[in-house]
Design a protein around this ligand. Sequence first.
Ligand code: NAP
Ligand code: ZN
Ligand code: ZN
Length: 348
Amino acid sequence: MPATKAFAAADAKSPLGPFGFARRDPGPTEINIDILYCGVCHSDLHMARNEWGQTSYPLVPGHEIVGRVASTGSAVSKFKVGDIAAVGVIVDSCRHCEPCGRGEEHFCDEGSTLTYNAKDRVDGTTTMGGYSSNYVVDERFAHTVPSNLSLPAVAPLLCAGITTYSPLRHWNVGPGMKVGIVGLGGLGHMGLKFAHSFGAHTVQLTTSPKKKDDAIKLGADEVLVSTDAEAMKKHAKSFDFILDTASAPHALEPYLQLLKLDATMCLVGLPEKPPALSAFSLITKRVSIAGSMIGGMIETQQMLDYCGQHNITSEVEVIPIQQINEAFERMLKQDVKYRFVIDMSSLK
Ligand code: NAP
Ligand code: ZN
Ligand code: ZN
Protein backbone atom coordinates (compact mmCIF):
# COMPACT_ATOMS: atom_id res chain seq x y z
CA MET A 1 0.00 0.00 0.00
CA PRO A 2 1.50 3.41 -0.91
CA ALA A 3 2.10 5.87 1.94
CA THR A 4 -0.92 7.90 3.01
CA LYS A 5 -0.52 11.67 2.89
CA ALA A 6 -2.43 13.61 5.53
CA PHE A 7 -2.69 16.69 7.72
CA ALA A 8 -2.44 16.07 11.45
CA ALA A 9 -2.51 17.87 14.78
CA ALA A 10 0.66 17.09 16.77
CA ASP A 11 -0.80 18.42 20.02
CA ALA A 12 -3.70 20.52 21.31
CA LYS A 13 -2.04 23.87 20.61
CA SER A 14 -0.14 23.57 17.31
CA PRO A 15 -1.70 24.20 13.91
CA LEU A 16 -2.38 21.15 11.75
CA GLY A 17 0.46 20.30 9.36
CA PRO A 18 1.58 17.67 6.81
CA PHE A 19 1.91 14.11 8.13
CA GLY A 20 2.51 10.70 6.56
CA PHE A 21 1.62 7.16 7.66
CA ALA A 22 0.73 3.75 6.18
CA ARG A 23 -2.74 2.20 6.02
CA ARG A 24 -3.18 -1.59 5.86
CA ASP A 25 -4.15 -3.33 2.62
CA PRO A 26 -7.91 -3.93 2.43
CA GLY A 27 -9.11 -7.24 3.93
CA PRO A 28 -11.65 -9.49 2.13
CA THR A 29 -14.70 -7.30 2.95
CA GLU A 30 -12.86 -3.96 2.88
CA ILE A 31 -12.42 -1.26 0.26
CA ASN A 32 -9.63 1.26 -0.18
CA ILE A 33 -11.01 4.69 -1.06
CA ASP A 34 -9.02 7.49 -2.70
CA ILE A 35 -10.50 10.48 -0.88
CA LEU A 36 -11.79 13.28 -3.11
CA TYR A 37 -13.46 15.54 -0.52
CA CYS A 38 -13.67 15.70 3.26
CA GLY A 39 -15.94 18.04 5.21
CA VAL A 40 -14.72 20.01 8.23
CA CYS A 41 -16.93 19.29 11.24
CA HIS A 42 -16.78 21.29 14.47
CA SER A 43 -16.05 17.95 16.18
CA ASP A 44 -12.74 17.91 14.25
CA LEU A 45 -11.83 21.18 15.96
CA HIS A 46 -13.06 20.06 19.44
CA MET A 47 -11.00 16.88 19.03
CA ALA A 48 -7.85 18.51 17.54
CA ARG A 49 -7.76 20.91 20.51
CA ASN A 50 -8.58 18.15 23.02
CA GLU A 51 -11.68 20.00 24.23
CA TRP A 52 -13.31 16.72 25.25
CA GLY A 53 -10.15 15.44 27.00
CA GLN A 54 -9.86 12.23 24.96
CA THR A 55 -7.52 13.03 22.09
CA SER A 56 -4.39 11.03 21.32
CA TYR A 57 -1.79 12.56 19.00
CA PRO A 58 -0.87 12.72 16.20
CA LEU A 59 -4.53 13.21 15.27
CA VAL A 60 -5.74 13.09 11.67
CA PRO A 61 -9.33 14.46 11.83
CA GLY A 62 -12.06 14.11 9.20
CA HIS A 63 -15.28 12.06 9.14
CA GLU A 64 -17.23 13.47 6.20
CA ILE A 65 -15.53 11.49 3.46
CA VAL A 66 -16.37 11.06 -0.21
CA GLY A 67 -14.01 9.30 -2.58
CA ARG A 68 -13.47 6.81 -5.36
CA VAL A 69 -12.91 3.11 -4.73
CA ALA A 70 -9.32 2.29 -5.68
CA SER A 71 -9.27 -1.39 -4.71
CA THR A 72 -11.54 -3.95 -3.10
CA GLY A 73 -11.15 -7.13 -1.05
CA SER A 74 -12.12 -10.46 -2.62
CA ALA A 75 -15.54 -10.69 -0.88
CA VAL A 76 -16.74 -7.13 -1.46
CA SER A 77 -20.17 -7.03 -3.13
CA LYS A 78 -21.46 -3.45 -2.76
CA PHE A 79 -18.64 -1.63 -4.60
CA LYS A 80 -16.35 -2.09 -7.55
CA VAL A 81 -13.20 -0.20 -8.46
CA GLY A 82 -14.07 3.28 -9.73
CA ASP A 83 -17.35 3.62 -7.76
CA ILE A 84 -17.98 6.59 -5.51
CA ALA A 85 -18.13 5.66 -1.81
CA ALA A 86 -18.82 7.73 1.30
CA VAL A 87 -17.79 7.23 4.93
CA GLY A 88 -19.01 9.03 8.04
CA VAL A 89 -18.26 9.13 11.76
CA ILE A 90 -17.92 5.41 12.51
CA VAL A 91 -16.02 2.69 10.65
CA ASP A 92 -16.72 -0.43 12.72
CA SER A 93 -18.66 -1.92 15.63
CA CYS A 94 -19.03 -5.34 17.32
CA ARG A 95 -21.66 -6.32 14.70
CA HIS A 96 -23.42 -8.84 17.01
CA CYS A 97 -25.05 -6.89 19.84
CA GLU A 98 -28.70 -5.91 19.77
CA PRO A 99 -28.23 -2.32 18.44
CA CYS A 100 -25.78 -3.58 15.78
CA GLY A 101 -28.35 -6.23 14.76
CA ARG A 102 -30.88 -3.44 14.25
CA GLY A 103 -28.46 -1.45 12.09
CA GLU A 104 -27.84 1.06 14.87
CA GLU A 105 -24.12 0.44 14.99
CA HIS A 106 -23.51 3.92 16.43
CA PHE A 107 -25.18 2.69 19.64
CA CYS A 108 -23.15 -0.56 19.71
CA ASP A 109 -23.12 -2.05 23.24
CA GLU A 110 -19.36 -2.58 22.95
CA GLY A 111 -18.75 0.90 21.51
CA SER A 112 -18.50 1.75 17.83
CA THR A 113 -15.12 2.54 16.27
CA LEU A 114 -14.80 6.20 15.37
CA THR A 115 -13.27 7.14 12.02
CA TYR A 116 -10.39 8.83 13.85
CA ASN A 117 -8.91 8.77 17.36
CA ALA A 118 -10.21 5.26 18.12
CA LYS A 119 -8.70 1.79 18.48
CA ASP A 120 -9.02 -0.06 15.17
CA ARG A 121 -10.77 -3.41 15.77
CA VAL A 122 -8.76 -5.05 12.96
CA ASP A 123 -5.15 -4.20 13.78
CA GLY A 124 -5.24 -2.33 17.10
CA THR A 125 -3.76 0.86 15.67
CA THR A 126 -5.32 4.29 16.19
CA THR A 127 -7.78 5.22 13.45
CA MET A 128 -6.74 8.18 11.28
CA GLY A 129 -9.44 10.28 9.63
CA GLY A 130 -10.26 11.74 6.27
CA TYR A 131 -7.90 14.73 6.11
CA SER A 132 -5.86 12.25 4.12
CA SER A 133 -5.35 10.75 0.69
CA ASN A 134 -7.12 7.40 1.28
CA TYR A 135 -9.18 5.34 3.75
CA VAL A 136 -9.54 1.57 4.20
CA VAL A 137 -12.94 0.53 5.53
CA ASP A 138 -15.31 -2.44 5.65
CA GLU A 139 -18.01 -2.09 3.00
CA ARG A 140 -20.71 -2.28 5.70
CA PHE A 141 -19.52 1.12 6.94
CA ALA A 142 -19.35 2.73 3.47
CA HIS A 143 -22.28 4.16 1.54
CA THR A 144 -23.26 4.62 -2.07
CA VAL A 145 -23.92 8.16 -3.29
CA PRO A 146 -26.81 9.20 -5.57
CA SER A 147 -25.27 10.09 -8.94
CA ASN A 148 -27.22 13.38 -9.34
CA LEU A 149 -25.54 15.09 -6.35
CA SER A 150 -22.40 17.26 -6.40
CA LEU A 151 -19.64 15.42 -4.54
CA PRO A 152 -18.14 18.27 -2.48
CA ALA A 153 -21.67 19.15 -1.31
CA VAL A 154 -22.37 15.50 -0.42
CA ALA A 155 -19.41 15.12 1.98
CA PRO A 156 -21.06 17.01 4.91
CA LEU A 157 -24.12 14.77 4.68
CA LEU A 158 -22.02 12.00 6.24
CA CYS A 159 -21.98 13.77 9.62
CA ALA A 160 -23.88 17.07 9.60
CA GLY A 161 -26.58 15.49 7.43
CA ILE A 162 -27.25 12.27 9.32
CA THR A 163 -26.85 13.91 12.76
CA THR A 164 -29.80 16.20 12.00
CA TYR A 165 -31.85 13.84 9.77
CA SER A 166 -31.91 11.07 12.41
CA PRO A 167 -33.46 13.01 15.35
CA LEU A 168 -35.91 14.82 13.06
CA ARG A 169 -37.10 11.40 11.86
CA HIS A 170 -37.04 9.87 15.36
CA TRP A 171 -39.34 12.61 16.73
CA ASN A 172 -41.56 12.38 13.62
CA VAL A 173 -41.07 15.95 12.49
CA GLY A 174 -43.53 16.79 9.74
CA PRO A 175 -46.57 18.83 8.69
CA GLY A 176 -48.49 20.55 11.49
CA MET A 177 -45.44 20.85 13.74
CA LYS A 178 -43.51 23.98 14.69
CA VAL A 179 -39.84 23.07 14.84
CA GLY A 180 -36.83 25.14 15.93
CA ILE A 181 -33.25 24.66 14.83
CA VAL A 182 -30.68 26.26 17.15
CA GLY A 183 -27.51 27.44 15.37
CA LEU A 184 -27.05 28.04 11.66
CA GLY A 185 -23.75 26.25 11.17
CA GLY A 186 -22.81 22.99 9.46
CA LEU A 187 -25.32 20.84 11.37
CA GLY A 188 -27.91 23.59 11.73
CA HIS A 189 -28.23 24.40 8.04
CA MET A 190 -28.79 20.72 7.26
CA GLY A 191 -31.35 20.48 10.08
CA LEU A 192 -33.10 23.49 8.59
CA LYS A 193 -33.17 21.94 5.11
CA PHE A 194 -34.49 18.60 6.39
CA ALA A 195 -37.15 20.06 8.74
CA HIS A 196 -38.39 22.24 5.88
CA SER A 197 -38.33 19.30 3.46
CA PHE A 198 -40.29 17.12 5.95
CA GLY A 199 -43.05 19.75 5.91
CA ALA A 200 -42.69 21.30 9.37
CA HIS A 201 -43.13 25.01 10.08
CA THR A 202 -39.42 25.61 10.60
CA VAL A 203 -37.95 28.40 12.71
CA GLN A 204 -34.21 29.07 12.59
CA LEU A 205 -32.82 30.29 15.91
CA THR A 206 -29.54 32.13 15.59
CA THR A 207 -27.18 34.35 17.57
CA SER A 208 -26.08 35.96 14.26
CA PRO A 209 -28.66 38.49 12.94
CA LYS A 210 -26.63 38.74 9.70
CA LYS A 211 -27.59 35.14 8.83
CA LYS A 212 -31.33 35.98 8.66
CA ASP A 213 -31.60 36.28 4.86
CA ASP A 214 -29.63 33.09 4.29
CA ALA A 215 -31.85 31.19 6.74
CA ILE A 216 -34.95 32.20 4.78
CA LYS A 217 -33.27 31.18 1.49
CA LEU A 218 -32.37 27.81 3.01
CA GLY A 219 -36.00 27.10 3.97
CA ALA A 220 -36.82 28.84 7.26
CA ASP A 221 -40.41 30.02 7.62
CA GLU A 222 -39.25 32.36 10.38
CA VAL A 223 -35.95 33.45 11.91
CA LEU A 224 -35.62 34.21 15.58
CA VAL A 225 -32.55 35.97 16.99
CA SER A 226 -32.08 34.11 20.26
CA THR A 227 -30.40 37.05 22.03
CA ASP A 228 -33.54 39.19 21.49
CA ALA A 229 -35.49 38.41 24.70
CA GLU A 230 -38.63 40.26 23.54
CA ALA A 231 -38.80 38.35 20.26
CA MET A 232 -38.20 35.06 22.09
CA LYS A 233 -41.04 35.86 24.52
CA LYS A 234 -43.50 36.18 21.63
CA HIS A 235 -42.80 32.53 20.71
CA ALA A 236 -43.13 31.16 24.27
CA LYS A 237 -44.90 27.78 24.60
CA SER A 238 -45.34 27.35 20.84
CA PHE A 239 -42.72 24.82 19.67
CA ASP A 240 -43.29 21.07 19.30
CA PHE A 241 -39.62 20.20 18.89
CA ILE A 242 -36.26 21.98 19.05
CA LEU A 243 -32.96 20.63 17.72
CA ASP A 244 -29.97 22.28 19.39
CA THR A 245 -26.80 22.21 17.27
CA ALA A 246 -24.86 24.97 19.09
CA SER A 247 -21.16 24.22 19.46
CA ALA A 248 -20.34 26.66 22.29
CA PRO A 249 -21.56 26.60 25.90
CA HIS A 250 -24.98 28.27 26.20
CA ALA A 251 -27.97 28.44 28.55
CA LEU A 252 -30.82 26.04 27.72
CA GLU A 253 -33.56 27.97 29.59
CA PRO A 254 -34.28 30.53 26.85
CA TYR A 255 -34.98 27.68 24.42
CA LEU A 256 -36.94 25.54 26.91
CA GLN A 257 -39.32 28.47 27.38
CA LEU A 258 -40.27 28.10 23.73
CA LEU A 259 -41.53 24.52 24.14
CA LYS A 260 -45.19 23.55 24.41
CA LEU A 261 -46.50 21.14 27.06
CA ASP A 262 -44.85 17.71 26.58
CA ALA A 263 -42.53 18.93 23.81
CA THR A 264 -38.88 17.87 23.38
CA MET A 265 -35.59 19.66 22.95
CA CYS A 266 -32.93 17.39 21.48
CA LEU A 267 -29.24 18.23 21.95
CA VAL A 268 -26.78 17.28 19.24
CA GLY A 269 -24.21 20.06 19.78
CA LEU A 270 -21.35 19.06 22.10
CA PRO A 271 -19.94 22.15 23.79
CA GLU A 272 -16.79 21.81 25.86
CA LYS A 273 -18.71 22.49 29.10
CA PRO A 274 -22.06 20.97 30.19
CA PRO A 275 -25.09 23.28 30.45
CA ALA A 276 -26.52 24.44 33.78
CA LEU A 277 -30.13 23.39 34.10
CA SER A 278 -32.87 24.12 36.60
CA ALA A 279 -35.44 21.33 37.04
CA PHE A 280 -38.10 24.06 37.21
CA SER A 281 -37.76 24.67 33.49
CA LEU A 282 -38.70 21.02 32.87
CA ILE A 283 -41.43 20.36 35.44
CA THR A 284 -43.69 23.28 34.60
CA LYS A 285 -44.48 21.93 31.12
CA ARG A 286 -43.39 18.28 31.48
CA VAL A 287 -40.87 18.90 28.68
CA SER A 288 -38.06 16.51 27.80
CA ILE A 289 -34.41 17.15 27.06
CA ALA A 290 -33.01 14.43 24.82
CA GLY A 291 -29.85 13.74 22.85
CA SER A 292 -28.96 12.08 19.57
CA MET A 293 -25.76 10.94 17.93
CA ILE A 294 -25.20 10.58 14.16
CA GLY A 295 -27.20 7.60 12.76
CA GLY A 296 -26.78 3.91 11.91
CA MET A 297 -25.64 2.52 8.58
CA ILE A 298 -29.17 1.76 7.31
CA GLU A 299 -30.47 5.22 8.17
CA THR A 300 -27.37 6.95 6.78
CA GLN A 301 -27.98 5.26 3.42
CA GLN A 302 -31.69 6.19 3.63
CA MET A 303 -30.67 9.81 4.30
CA LEU A 304 -28.32 9.85 1.28
CA ASP A 305 -31.03 8.34 -0.94
CA TYR A 306 -33.58 10.88 0.37
CA CYS A 307 -31.10 13.66 -0.49
CA GLY A 308 -30.75 12.22 -4.00
CA GLN A 309 -34.52 12.12 -4.48
CA HIS A 310 -35.08 15.63 -3.10
CA ASN A 311 -31.88 17.20 -4.40
CA ILE A 312 -30.65 18.17 -0.95
CA THR A 313 -26.96 18.87 -0.32
CA SER A 314 -24.85 21.04 1.93
CA GLU A 315 -23.89 24.66 1.24
CA VAL A 316 -20.11 24.45 1.01
CA GLU A 317 -16.93 26.52 0.80
CA VAL A 318 -14.33 24.30 -0.85
CA ILE A 319 -10.78 24.88 0.42
CA PRO A 320 -7.34 23.38 -0.15
CA ILE A 321 -6.02 21.50 2.88
CA GLN A 322 -3.38 24.18 3.38
CA GLN A 323 -6.19 26.51 4.57
CA ILE A 324 -7.46 24.17 7.30
CA ASN A 325 -6.10 26.21 10.22
CA GLU A 326 -7.71 29.39 8.90
CA ALA A 327 -10.95 27.43 8.38
CA PHE A 328 -10.91 26.31 12.04
CA GLU A 329 -10.52 29.96 13.15
CA ARG A 330 -13.36 31.09 10.88
CA MET A 331 -15.59 28.29 12.15
CA LEU A 332 -15.03 29.55 15.71
CA LYS A 333 -16.11 33.03 14.59
CA GLN A 334 -19.34 31.56 13.15
CA ASP A 335 -18.06 32.69 9.77
CA VAL A 336 -18.68 29.77 7.41
CA LYS A 337 -21.34 29.38 4.74
CA TYR A 338 -22.13 26.76 5.88
CA ARG A 339 -19.56 23.97 5.77
CA PHE A 340 -15.90 23.95 4.77
CA VAL A 341 -15.02 21.01 2.55
CA ILE A 342 -11.42 20.13 1.75
CA ASP A 343 -10.56 19.34 -1.86
CA MET A 344 -8.16 16.48 -1.22
CA SER A 345 -6.38 16.90 -4.56
CA SER A 346 -4.58 19.77 -2.74
CA LEU A 347 -2.64 17.14 -0.75
CA LYS A 348 -0.68 16.04 -3.82
P1 NAP B 1 -20.53 24.94 13.41
O1 NAP B 1 -20.61 24.79 11.95
O2 NAP B 1 -19.40 25.69 14.02
O3 NAP B 1 -21.94 25.56 13.90
C1 NAP B 1 -22.21 25.79 15.23
C2 NAP B 1 -23.22 26.92 15.34
O4 NAP B 1 -23.60 27.05 16.70
C3 NAP B 1 -22.68 28.29 14.98
O5 NAP B 1 -22.68 28.56 13.61
C4 NAP B 1 -23.66 29.20 15.72
O6 NAP B 1 -24.81 29.48 14.91
C5 NAP B 1 -24.11 28.36 16.90
N1 NAP B 1 -23.54 28.88 18.15
C6 NAP B 1 -22.24 29.11 18.43
N2 NAP B 1 -22.14 29.59 19.68
C7 NAP B 1 -23.41 29.64 20.18
C8 NAP B 1 -23.97 30.05 21.43
N3 NAP B 1 -23.19 30.50 22.41
N4 NAP B 1 -25.31 29.99 21.59
C9 NAP B 1 -26.10 29.53 20.62
N5 NAP B 1 -25.63 29.15 19.41
C10 NAP B 1 -24.31 29.20 19.21
O7 NAP B 1 -20.50 23.50 14.13
P2 NAP B 1 -21.12 22.10 13.61
O8 NAP B 1 -20.08 21.39 12.82
O9 NAP B 1 -22.46 22.36 13.07
O10 NAP B 1 -21.21 21.30 14.99
C11 NAP B 1 -22.10 21.75 16.01
C12 NAP B 1 -21.88 20.94 17.27
O11 NAP B 1 -22.40 19.60 17.06
C13 NAP B 1 -20.43 20.74 17.68
O12 NAP B 1 -20.34 20.85 19.09
C14 NAP B 1 -20.10 19.32 17.22
O13 NAP B 1 -19.06 18.74 17.95
C15 NAP B 1 -21.43 18.65 17.48
N6 NAP B 1 -21.66 17.41 16.72
C16 NAP B 1 -22.40 16.44 17.30
C17 NAP B 1 -22.72 15.28 16.60
C18 NAP B 1 -23.59 14.24 17.20
O14 NAP B 1 -23.57 13.08 16.72
N7 NAP B 1 -24.39 14.55 18.20
C19 NAP B 1 -22.26 15.11 15.28
C20 NAP B 1 -21.53 16.16 14.71
C21 NAP B 1 -21.24 17.31 15.43
P3 NAP B 1 -25.46 30.96 14.84
O15 NAP B 1 -24.37 31.85 14.30
O16 NAP B 1 -26.60 30.77 13.92
O17 NAP B 1 -25.89 31.29 16.25
ZN1 ZN C 1 -18.96 15.50 12.66
ZN1 ZN D 1 -22.45 -3.89 18.65
